[in-house]
Design a protein around this ligand. Structure first.
Ligand SMILES: [Zn+2]
Length: 126
């Protein structure tokens, strides 16, 4: 039995995710737009139908951005006690600025890891 992954060089999922590239060849684009996946890789033809990151990227991003933004908000509140509008002015834009690139990065990373580890839904053998 031939392994379809064996004829391609080993692609680092983190590096491919940072560049938004295919997890198999590392060259073709993974995304069609900002977060929407392409149907397949334009270079190696890998069908992206297997790719389903689900809520994983959002969970990681919420945890990471939440720690950063809440930590900074607490520090500013304790140190300077600014009015509420200052908090809104600081933390809402910062949250959006941090969330957008991290969502794309984590979606690409989880799909790359899913491909590398051949992760799929569990099935019962008949
Ligand atoms: Zn490819």
């Amino acid at each position: 039995m031939t392994d379809p992954q064996a004829s391609y060089p080993d692609v680092d999922p983190g590096r491919a995710a940072m560049r938004g590239r295919c997890p198999r060849c590392g060259e073709g684009p993974l995304f069609d737009g900002f977060l929407k996946l392409r149907p397949s890789c334009s270079r190696c033809g890998l069908d992206y139908a297997f790719a389903d990151a689900g809520d994983g990227p959002a969970a990681f991003v919420v945890l990471i951005v939440g720690v950063v933004v809440i930590g900074l908000a607490l520090w500013v509140e304790i140190s300077f006690s600014p009015p509420l509008w200052v908090h809104l002015l600081l933390w809402l834009p910062l949250s959006v600025i941090l969330v957008l690139p991290l969502m794309r990065l984590f979606k690409g990373l989880l799909i790359g890891l899913q491909y590398r580890n051949r992760a799929a839904e569990g099935r019962l053998d008949a």
